[in-house]
Ligand binder design. Structure first.
Ligand code: ZN
Length: 241
């Protein structure tokens, strides 16, 4: 994972009547000026070494129309808050804050009940509690799917972790460690299954050749639909939390 890096003061770019706050990131590695749109962080100007902030902001202003269009098209961020709706295995669930301690029979401070995710305890802790619970649920789902898939292929894995990478949904190391985005817990079942099948197939084939795809096909009936889903809707999963 890349570090947070050095961030300069954000800047304001105007386009007609509109004003946008963009973040400015000096980068030693970047070759050219670039504007990037992140679903959670908004617009970011990448400033290569030796290019002044002033020139960078002039570049951003030249692309004001592009910025306006891209920012307007961004799905709105959905923070974890009482009353918000988030998907859980593809189904919308409402977040409900219950300030009282959970009844004894509940397994913990967060539980799922029909299409509601209940979070008990004090309100300032809701987002962190829900986030911990979702990561835990994602790991459990990933482990059971990966164990089943590995059994079917006669493969085994060393470790399984859940993280929050910006662009990847899963990975498989040469040593047999699997890693998944916790955000897959929000994706439909078939999408989660496919990503796990993909990484488990890498335990045998660390490439994307024909033999690799044969293994994936053995594990999931149709990998085209979940791949399409990820390319169309995957980025939007980054707006939650
Ligand atoms: Zn792959």
């Amino acid at each position: 994972m890349k570090g947070a890096g050095h961030r300069a003061e954000p800047a304001v770019v105007t386009h007609g009547e509109q004003r946008f706050v963009i973040s400015v990131r000096p980068s030693a590695r970047a070759r050219r000026l670039a504007l990037k749109i992140d679903p959670r962080r908004g617009a970011e100007l990448v400033l290569p070494r030796g290019v002044s902030r002033r020139r960078g902001l002039a570049f951003a202003a030249e692309h004001g129309a592009w910025l306006a269009a891209r920012l307007a098209a961004l799905p709105e961020a959905v923070p974890f808050a009482d009353g918000a709706t988030i998907p859980y295995l593809g189904q919308p669930h409402r977040i409900c804050h219950l300030p009282h301690t959970p009844p004894k029979r509940r397994p913990g401070p967060v539980w799922r009940q029909d299409d509601t995710i209940c979070v008990s305890g004090r309100l300032p802790h809701l987002a962190r509690r829900l986030s911990d619970w979702l990561r835990h649920a994602a790991r459990q789902e990933a482990v059971s799917r990966a164990e089943a898939a590995a059994r079917r292929l006669g493969a085994s894995f060393q470790r399984l972790s859940v993280r929050d990478p910006r662009t990847r949904w899963g990975s498989c190391s040469a040593k047999g460690s699997l890693s998944f985005s916790w955000r897959l817990i929000m994706a439909p079942d078939a999408v989660f299954d496919y990503v796990v099948a993909h990484e488990v197939a890498h335990l045998h084939e660390l490439n994307h050749g024909a033999r690799f795809w044969d293994l994936v096909d053995q594990l999931v009936p149709d990998s085209a639909a979940p791949r399409d889903w990820l390319s169309q809707h995957g980025a939007a999963l980054h707006r939650y939390g």
